[in-house]
Write a protein that binds this ligand. Structure first.
Ligand code: ADP
Length: 454
């Protein structure tokens, strides 16, 4: 089991793969180098031997007498090579060593007019042998012992093998180090992802550099950060939802309990309490609607049914639907609709976004007016919702788009907002590649602006 695990280790796999390739390359290189070097060396020996044979035969050609023969033989004593001199009839006249069988065997009867190598098979014979004819008759033979060549080649083999083994060791060491460098961060990532699977999302993965492994480490780390963020916002969200539901439910329960006990006899009081129960139940119903919309937007489940359409009829519809609410508060709801090019939108969703903005404008305005305007400029189409209401404090402007964010909790309790309207509106506009922005001054009023590309 343990062995199987070891073989599954990526360092071992990389190490084996690289070592295999390396050994293969080393063997090929070794063979080639060995062959080329040996051939070159043997060639050099042959040429050198032949040159010296020719030299001797030239000297002997000038003076073919006993003194010169002795001089030549003397020259070859104490060196690796040997010389043998014959007359025209292949009778040995002199030699630097007593000739052995292999030397005499090669004395040739052939008519040779020029120096040449007559034996070069150093692997199967005792000598490399050259011959050179002497000008006035006779031959010079020279012998290079094959044993010396074999020793040199053996030495070369030892050097090559030792070098190869050294390189191989070095390669193994560097592969081991390299593999560890790959494996260690991978193992750290494995540990980190295991911990993330257990819910500990924020994990530090200490990786250096910019290579693919480092990038993977950084991606896992930022994935953890994202998961942590989602986890936290999910918890916040659940806390907000339960809080939002609990408050109206407490009212409903409290007032229905009072009515249930039958202590309230006065019909007007009963009506008032029932009115509160109804208002809070409506609040819950709105909240659930908003939550439903939001969850669809969040999960990306909502399908956009886009078509070419003008925004003006949508604005008109929203205005006419909300006119009674505005009038009830004594507000003037006006529209100023300019001619618009058609844009590709989901009319229902767009209506919802505009509805949320106008509804807010009415909700947070106690006197004055709410106006809705449409116009186009260049390649953009705009819907502007302006009110003369409470405005939004500067420090809250960036937060009003967040889920459940409400500027003034006590005020919104009265107005009955859930804190989801702007969040939903912004999501809708953004899924149309548009922008929703706000400009507001406290106690003066606000302007919400939708801009869409044509
Ligand atoms: P809500 O359901 O509470 O209205 P929204 O997401 O629609 O939630 O708005 C978030 C907050 O932004 C509101 O609680 C309110 O404080 C503020 N706000 C939105 N629109 C306006 C406006 N036209 N005038 C003043 N305040 C606004």
């Amino acid at each position: 089991m343990r062995i199987k695990k070891e073989w599954n280790n990526i360092s071992i796999k990389i190490g084996l793969l690289f070592s295999g390739v390396f050994i293969g390359l080393l063997l090929i290189l070794g063979f080639v180098f060995h062959g080329v070097f040996t051939d070159m060396f043997v060639d050099y020996i042959k040429q050198d031997l032949l040159a010296r044979t020719n030299n001797h035969s030239r000297i002997l050609g000038e003076h073919f007498d006993q003194a010169t023969i002795s001089h030549v033989v003397e020259m070859e004593k104490g060196v690796r090579t040997d010389v043998l001199i014959t007359d025209d009839n292949q009778q040995v006249l002199a030699s630097s060593v007593p000739p052995d069988e292999d030397m005499t065997d090669h004395i040739t009867k052939a008519n040779i007019d020029k120096g040449r190598v007559i034996e070069s098979d150093w692997k199967n014979h005792s000598y490399i042998i050259t011959i050179s004819p002497i000008k006035n008759g006779g031959y010079v033979y020279m012998y290079y012992p094959a044993s010396i060549l074999r020793e040199i080649v053996l030495g070369l083999n030892v050097i090559l093998t030792a070098g190869g083994a050294g390189i191989l060791l070095l390669a193994f060491a560097s592969i081991a180090i390299m593999s560890k460098r790959v494996t260690k961060p991978l193992l750290m990532m494995k540990d980190a992802t295991n911990k993330m699977a257990l819910g500990r999302y924020r994990q530090a993965i200490p990786v250096n550099g910019e290579d693919e492994i480092a990038q993977l480490g950084k991606s896992i780390q930022s994935l953890g950060e994202q998961l942590q963020y989602f986890e936290e916002s999910r918890n916040d969200f659940l806390a907000s939802v339960s809080h939002e539901l609990r408050t109206p439910l407490t009212y409903i329960k409290g007032y229905s309990d009072i009515l249930n006990k039958g202590n309230i006899k006065d019909l007007d009081d009963q009506r008032e309490y029932l009115g509160i129960i109804h208002k809070e139940a409506t609040r819950i119903s709105f909240l659930i609607n908003d939550l439903f919309e939001m969850s669809k937007l969040e999960a990306g489940y909502f399908t956009m049914e886009k078509e070419w359409s003008s925004l003006n009829p949508i604005v008109e519809k929203v205005a006419s639907n909300l006119k009674p609410a505005a009038e009830k508060k004594g507000l003037n709801l006006t529209t100023e609709l300019n001619e618009l090019p058609e844009v590709r939108i989901d009319p229902q969703r767009m209506e919802q976004a505009i509805y949320n903005l106008v509804e807010n404008a009415i909700k947070y305005t106690s006197q004055g007016e709410v106006s809705i305007g449409t116009y186009s400029k260049g390649a953009d189409v705009f819907v502007k919702v302006t009110d003369t209401g409470s405005g939004i404090p500067k420090q809250d402007l960036s937060k009003i788009w967040e889920r459940f964010y409400r500027v003034d909790q006590s005020r919104t309790r009265k107005t009955g907002g859930s804190g989801l309207g702007l969040y939903v509106a912004k999501k809708i506009i953004e899924s149309h590649d548009g922008k929703l922005s706000v400009d507001s001054t406290e106690n003066k009023g606000s302007t919400f602006m939708i801009s869409l590309k044509m």
